[in-house]
Design a protein around this ligand. Structure first.
Ligand SMILES: C[S@@+](CC[C@H](N)C(=O)[O-])C[C@H]1O[C@@H](n2cnc3c(N)ncnc32)[C@H](O)[C@@H]1O
Length: 282
C-alpha cells in the first residue's frame, strides 16, 4: 500500500514521500513524457555504449519505457532489469515488456533506498531518468548504481533542470502552475536543478563524469504542452492542497486559463532541459 486516503479531505498522500499521484492519469502522463524524450534517451544510451548482449539496469523504471529502448539495444542475448516502487507501474511495465519481447526482462518491485542487492548485478550499464530529483540523497543512489555495475561498465543519469522552463509571453496559467510546482518541490526537498548538479553528485559517489554530455530542450506551441502541464498540475494537486497551496476553485481557474491560453495560439513553452551525464566505473 503506497497511498493513504484521507476521507475527510479526499487527499491522497504517498507514504514513501513521492510527490506525484499514483493513478491511471499519472501513469498515462509518464508514458507521454517518455514518448516526448524517447529519442533523447535513445541517443544518450547509444553514446554511452549500449550494445547487444549487455545486462542493463533502469532505476525508477516507471511504465518501462526506458527498459523497452534498452531491450532493443541489447537484443535477445541481453537482459534488462528495472527497479520500481509502485506496484501499479510494475504490473503495467511487466505487461508492456511481455508484449514487446525480444530480451530478458525483470522488474524488481521495491524502494531503491532499502535495497542492498539486486538480482542480475553486476550490470554493464546502470541508468536512471527523472529519478534523482526525487531522491533525498542522489549521491547515495548513484553509489549503489556504481556498486552494482561491473568495472568498465557505465553509470548514466538523465535528469531535468527546470532553469529553462517557461511559457512565453507570461500568462496566469503558468504563474499558477509555478506556484504549485515550486511550492510542492520546495516543501518536499525535491531539486529543481538536478540536471546541472549531476557532475558534483557523481563525484560525491566516487565517479568522474565524462566531458561527453548530452542535453535537450524543446520549444513548442503551448497547445502541444498544455496536456503535460495539466497532468503535472493534477498529479501534484493533492500534495499542494495538503500544504495549503491550492484548492478546488484555483484548480478550476487554472484549467480554464490554460485552455484559453492554449487555444489562443499566442503562447509557446520552453521545456525543462533534460541533461544526461555518465561515468565509466573504475
Ligand atoms: C518521474 S518518474 C520517471 C519514470 C521513468 N524513469 C521515466 O523516465 O519514464 C519516477 C519514477 O520513480 C519511481 N520511484 C520513486 N521513488 C522510488 C524509490 N524510492 N525506489 C524506486 N522507484 C521509485 C516512481 O514510482 C516513478 O515511477
Amino acid at each position: 500500500m503506497t497511498q493513504l486516503a484521507d476521507e475527510n479531505q479526499n487527499a491522497r498522500v504517498n507514504l514513501d514521500g513521492y510527490v506525484h499521484s499514483r493513478d491511471m492519469a499519472e501513469y498515462e502522463r509518464l508514458r507521454k513524457q517518455a514518448q516526448m524524450w524517447e529519442s533523447a534517451t535513445r541517443r544518450v544510451l547509444q553514446k554511452a555504449g549500449l550494445s547487444p548482449g549487455m545486462h542493463c539496469l533502469d532505476v525508477g523504471a516507471g511504465p518501462g519505457s526506458v527498459m523497452s529502448i534498452m531491450a532493443q539495444g541489447v537484443g535477445p542475448k541481453g537482459a534488462v532489469t528495472g527497479i520500481e516502487i509502485d506496484p501499479g507501474l510494475v504490473s503495467m511495465g511487466r505487461d508492456a515488456l511481455k508484449r514487446r519481447g525480444g530480451a530478458n526482462f525483470e522488474i524488481v518491485e521495491g524502494d531503491i533506498n532499502g535495497l542492498d542487492e539486486i538480482p542480475g548485478a553486476p550490470f554493464d550499464l546502470a541508468f536512471c531518468r527523472c529519478f534523482l530529483m526525487h531522491m533525498p540523497d542522489p549521491a547515495e543512489v548513484l553509489a549503489k548504481m556504481r556498486a552494482w555495475t561491473k568495472p568498465g561498465g557505465v553509470v548514466i543519469a538523465q535528469e531535468y533542470d527546470f532553469g529553462s522552463f517557461a511559457v512565453e509571453p507570461d500568462c496566469s496559467a503558468m504563474a499558477a502552475f509555478s506556484e504549485l510546482f515550486e511550492g510542492v518541490f520546495d516543501a518536499h526537498g525535491r531539486r529543481m536543478h538536478e540536471g546541472r548538479e549531476l557532475p558534483a553528485q557523481f563525484a560525491a559517489a566516487g565517479m568522474e563524469t565524462l566531458s561527453d554530455t548530452h542535453s535537450e530542450v524543446r520549444f513548442l506551441p503551448l497547445s502541444e504542452m498544455a496536456g503535460m502541464l495539466l497532468g503535472v498540475y493534477c498529479s501534484l494537486f493533492d500534495a499542494g492542497r495538503e500544504l495549503g497551496l491550492v484548492d478546488d476553485a484555483q484548480k478550476e481557474q487554472f484549467e480554464a486559463d490554460l485552455r484559453a491560453a492554449s487555444e489562443s495560439g499566442d503562447y509557446f513553452c520552453l521545456t525543462p532541459s533534460l541533461i544526461a551525464v555518465w561515468a565509466v566505473v573504475a
